[in-house]
Design a binder for this molecule. Structure first.
Ligand SMILES: Nc1ncnc2c1ncn2[C@@H]1O[C@H](COP(=O)(O)OP(=O)(O)OP(=O)(O)O)[C@@H](O)[C@H]1O
Length: 532
């Protein structure tokens, strides 16, 4: 966490300075009360009026500082959260393919949303709370010392009672909050399950089940929350009782000191409040420090050991000159399961290759290896004479483009989905759309390239989504284009047309995986590989 505080060190220091002023003015206001009463007792009217004015001024300054400190805190916390999110996303984006998929993508979203919110509330914000309560306690101790040393000793002794009294409920509180959190998790899982099944329930005219389910599964978390609320209320009552009792004892002791003429009588108005600052400060310090420390495992979780500078290392970033592919005894296994039996094939530059085979024969596995997703293969894959494992990821991306079997369509415009944020001219985009037979459809849209595709491309048909993904690949004009079942959603006639277009691409090696070989494209094929 210190990394993020250090990044904002100048503003953080300024904020700490303002918090010190805030604590100082709070304690000063309490001290003014002492002198107010003293001036009344000795009938000093002018001094009394002056002190009333000073008290008002101090409270106005205090209120103004609260506004400034809390606004600045909010800005600083947001800046730190932004930086933390940036670091986490940098770690995620630097993950190799297999490491990324070792986790569910929901886990990563949870890091970026839930965990960052937890750190924001339980770490960054709490840091300023710790400073604030500590300074309140320090200034109050100094003020008490100015009255009589015994008040400091008494306050510290009473602090022990105030700190430990609410802890009588600690065990019960812990149990109640674990049970509530568990009940919430179960509720969320159960609601998600029902909502994900909306289509099925709709098909059977049973969407009413959603209401019953939400009502029923929502009851337990409610009960647990009420229990938690009751335990929290009991802990608060005990805390308030201990605090008020301790304040009364302090006031009584101040009275005794005043009777013995050891402190001014007016101090009776301020020692209670000053002692309360110390009780609260010390009572809050322990739990807040624990809350900050409990975040350490979260920070450790994001350190995935990924060298995010890898992509910009001095490895070559040029595409390969002659992207001939040579596979020698290439095989792959998932743990003890063979996914691809050994194959040895040479695929010359610009050749048009179709890979077929039974389901499960390893067609997608072979493409995934060529796309650089599965690097722990056995045997050898050489591209332009270089082992695939040794190529930089940038070099690989510039040479090879992979079009997925189930392409992901982002919720944006047609242009966004094609360019993925990179710069391409409209002409290049149109060319790619023509090659994937989607040009006429896009032009018929009201806003052309800037028309929305809807969430996960739902405004497009399955075949159109696939053609959009093919156009995305073609736009990069790679030397090697890998297409996994790229036309399986298209009608036979359209599929043949798109496949022919692919196979006619002069300056590109095209490796096409398909279940169904259309006889019409056979003459265009240079190599037909059947995996067994
Ligand atoms: N992530 C994985 N973990 C374990 N086994 C896997 C994994 N992915 C694929 N396999 C297995 O590897 C074998 C080859 O799978 P692959 O997807 O390459 O076959 P395919 O020929 O493309 O099949 P299809 O034509 O049905 O898509 C299959 O037996 C499959 O069950």
């Amino acid at each position: 966490m210190s990394k993020y505080l250090k990044e904002q060190w100048a503003w953080t220091l300024f904020c700490v300075f303002l918090i010190a002023l805030m604590s100082g003015s709070k304690v000063a206001a309490a001290l003014i009360n002492t002198y107010l009463l003293n001036s009344l007792i000795s009938f000093q009217r002018n001094r009394f009026l002056l002190l009333v004015g000073l008290a008002i001024l101090t409270w106005v300054i205090f209120a103004f500082l609260i506004y400034v400190v809390y606004s600045l805190r909010a800005r600083l916390v947001q800046k730190m959260s932004l930086s933390l999110r940036h670091d986490i996303s940098q770690q995620i984006s630097g993950l190799p393919y297999s490491r990324f998929h070792a986790k569910n993508s929901d886990d990563y979203s949870s890091w970026l949303m839930n965990d960052v919110t937890m750190i924001e509330n339980g770490g960054f914000s709490v840091f300023f709370d710790i400073i604030s309560v500590s300074l309140d306690a320090i200034f109050s101790i100094i003020a008490l010392l100015s009255f009589h040393w015994s008040l400091v000793v008494l306050t510290l002794l009473l602090s022990v009672v105030t700190i430990f009294a609410p802890q009588l409920m600690q065990k019960k509180l812990k149990k109640a909050s674990v049970e509530t959190s568990q009940a919430n998790e179960n509720f969320a899982a159960s609601v998600n399950d029902t909502l994900h099944g909306f289509d099925t329930l709709f098909a059977y005219n049973l969407t009413q089940r959603i209401i019953n389910h939400v009502d029923k599964s929502g009851r337990l978390p409610q009960t647990k929350k009420v229990q938690l609320g009751r335990t929290q209320a009991a802990a608060t009552s005990i805390g308030v009782l201990a605090n008020a009792g301790s304040q009364l004892i302090t006031i009584a002791w101040t009275g005794a000191l005043a009777l013995a003429r050891l402190t001014p009588i007016g101090s009776i108005l301020s020692t209670g409040a000053l002692a309360s600052n110390v009780f609260n400060g010390l009572a809050n310090l322990g739990p807040t420090l624990t809350s900050v420390k409990s975040l350490n495992p979260l920070f450790a979780k994001y350190h995935l050991g990924v060298d995010t500078s890898l992509n910009t290392s001095n490895q070559s970033t040029k595409s390969l000159a002659d992207a001939t592919i040579n596979l020698t005894n290439l095989s792959y296994r998932y743990q003890d399961k063979i996914a691809l039996k050994p194959v040895s094939i040479k695929l010359p530059l610009n050749s048009k290759v179709i890979i077929t085979g039974e389901s499960g024969a390893g067609k997608s596995t072979l493409l995934n290896i060529l796309a650089g997703k599965l690097l722990n293969y056995s045997g050898s894959v050489k591209i332009a004479g270089q082992e695939l494992k040794d190529l930089s990821s940038e070099q690989l991306r510039k040479t090879i483009t992979y079009v997925d079997q189930i392409p992901y369509i982002f919720n944006g415009t047609i242009r966004d989905n094609l360019t993925l944020g990179e710069k391409f001219s409209d002409d290049a985009i149109f060319q790619a759309l023509k090659r994937s037979d989607l040009f006429d459809f896009v032009m018929a849209q009201k806003q052309g390239l800037d028309s929305s595709v809807g969430e996960k491309g739902q405004l497009f048909s399955g075949g159109q989504r696939q053609r959009l993904a093919l156009a995305r690949g073609l736009l990069r004009n790679p030397q090697i284009l890998l297409v996994d079942e790229g036309t399986n959603s298209l009608k036979s006639e359209s599929a043949i047309q798109v496949e022919k277009q692919f196979l006619s691409l002069q300056d590109m090696t095209v490796i096409f995986v398909t279940h169904q070989l259309h006889e019409e494209i056979r003459p265009e094929i240079d190599q037909l590989i059947t995996l067994a």
